[in-house]
Design a protein around this ligand. Structure first.
Ligand code: 4AD
Ligand code: MG
Length: 477
């Protein structure tokens, strides 16, 4: 007999004479009640064991963490808390779990402890919920772009280009560390390396995606990206997933419209399909907020916050306006910011972004038209010659969730910018070709997938929304 998922059993509208179920024991109470979970849904199914007619040997092996296969009937529950339960007639222990050693005890563990046990943490309600929401969000992303006729492009993971020009790249090499081949000047001779040139793990698929947008019109990438930035924060990973749409003939306004519509769509999608998980996460966050002093508590619950994003337009504010707001803000005047905003041109730190979103506008914000100096080379220069058509989307509790821009489509302007930055044009010959042959206005953005998952799940550390986080000094599993 094929086993049925716990989710389907709990959704049943009638009793069933014969069912089979497989899963992991969460708890075993009074030698009688197994709370069984199989990952299909946050809820456990209660399985009632006829302990008087079950060998002592078997009962002893029903421990937290053990894998079991149960047969019996789905009956209306006598007890509180569930409509249906399984009256067990046959028990098979598939895999024992030593209760003395199994780390996921039925009690509250710290998130740090769970990170150290990332291979087992999805045995908890919390991580089951987070990872199901992550999965649904990831599908929603494809659904959104596919419905709109975008082409999904798999951009390379190993590349020779530094898309962001920030130099935070992991090198890819097959050269030996000892006896490294050297040029006459004593530099590493990459001609001898696997690819015959210097290569790295991609920091963004944008440049390659641009070439596809300039032929297929609307494209998106969704894949892993890598940054060797030594930022040990709750918002940064060394390996994270990024969604990058790129659209020919879109200007910055159309780019903002797309980003806003896209984010609202995927959040709505998850809200409709992850009701139980989000309800659980909403309650978890509420309980956590209660521990905080009153003035630090967030004004909205998780579900309220998600609903708010669906119902309200993102505020669109120029960098220049934002600087004025920040300069005149209380924390700036009282020197409460770590970085005091003194003049136009300053790069915004996450404390400033969060002030704008959480204190000033109390809404998601799209900042645009940043100083050219603090943004990447490919962004389109405005007529003022000092700002570029950049946009960052800032979210409450998250800070920057999206970075994007209208791209510089004019060959001569792009060449000048590249030269000014000391980038070798030869390295980007293929990128420059899109401006040589049939160039046109185009725009795109990158959304950090884990930051989206953070927002939707209400978690506060990015290490808790990706299965096996990679961060400085940590690549376990
Ligand atoms: O702002 P970024 O660096 O933009 C780009 O890479 C562009 N090429 C995107 C584009 O226009 N196609 O990164 C985009 C987003 C950020 O807004 C942030 O959400 C996320 O990627 N991000 C990170 N997420 C986790 N860990 C990190 N270290 C991240 N760095 C950026
Ligand atoms: Mg950015």
């Amino acid at each position: 007999m094929k086993h049925t998922k716990v989710k389907d059993l709990l959704n049943s509208t009638n009793t069933i004479d014969e069912v089979s179920v497989k899963g992991w024991v969460r708890t075993f109470r009074n030698n009688q009640f197994i709370a069984l979970n199989d990952g299909s849904v946050i809820h456990n199914i209660q399985c009632v064991v006829d302990f008087e007619n079950t060998p002592e040997e078997t009962l002893k092996r029903i421990t937290t963490g053990a894998a079991v296969a149960l047969k019996g009937s789905l009956v209306e529950s006598q007890g509180k808390g569930q409509t249906y339960e399984i009256k067990v007639s046959h028990i098979e222990i598939l895999g024992d779990s030593d209760p003395e050693k199994f780390p996921m005890q039925p009690k509250k563990h710290s998130l740090e402890f769970l990170r150290e046990n990332a291979h087992l943490r999805t045995r908890t309600n919390l991580f089951g919920a987070i990872m199901r929401v992550r999965s649904v969000l990831s599908f929603a992303i494809h659904q959104y772009f596919q419905e709109k006729g975008f082409v999904y492009v798999n951009t390379p993971i190993i590349t020779g280009s530094d898309a962001e020009g920030a130099g935070e790249m992991f090198k890819v090499t097959a050269l030996p560390f000892d006896n490294t081949p050297r040029t006459e000047e004593g530099k590493v001779d990459y001609k001898e390396d696997f690819f015959g040139k210097e290569t790295n793990l991609t920091v963004s698929g944008q440049l390659e995606a641009e070439t596809y947008a300039m032929s297929l019109g609307q494209v998106y990438t969704f894949g892993p990206t890598f940054r060797a930035e030594n930022s040990n924060t709750s918002r940064h990973l060394a390996e994270f997933w990024m969604v990058e749409p790129e659209v020919a003939f879109n200007d910055l306004d159309a780019n903002m419209d797309l980003a806003e519509d896209f984010i609202q769509y995927v959040i709505k999608y998850a809200m409709e399909r992850c009701e139980d998980d989000l309800k659980f996460l909403d309650e978890r966050l509420a309980a956590e907020e209660k521990q905080k002093p009153q003035n630090e508590r967030s004004e909205m619950g998780l579900l309220e916050k998600l609903q708010f994003v669906l119902e309200n337009n993102f505020k669109r504010v120029s960098y220049t306006e934002a600087i004025d707001i920040l300069k005149n803000s209380k924390p700036n005047k009282n020197k409460k910011f770590n970085y005091i905003i003194e003049e136009w041109g300053a790069d915004l730190q996450s404390e400033h972004e969060r002030y704008l979103v959480e204190k000033h506008f109390k809404s998601p914000v799209i900042l645009f038209d940043y100083p050219a100096k603090i943004k990447a080379f490919y962004m389109r220069l405005n007529d003022d010659n000092k700002t570029v058509r950049a946009m960052d989307i800032l979210f409450p509790g998250i800070g920057e969730i999206v970075g994007g821009s209208q791209r510089e489509e004019r060959l001569d302007v792009l060449q000048q910018k590249i030269a000014d930055l000391g980038i070798d044009e030869e390295e980007l010959w293929w990128y420059m070709d899109t401006r040589r042959f049939g160039t046109a206005v185009h725009s795109g953005f990158g959304l950090g997938f884990e930051r989206l998952v953070l927002f939707v799940t209400g978690m506060s550390n990015i290490r808790d929304v990706i299965p096996f986080p990679r961060t400085p000094q940590n690549a376990e599993f």
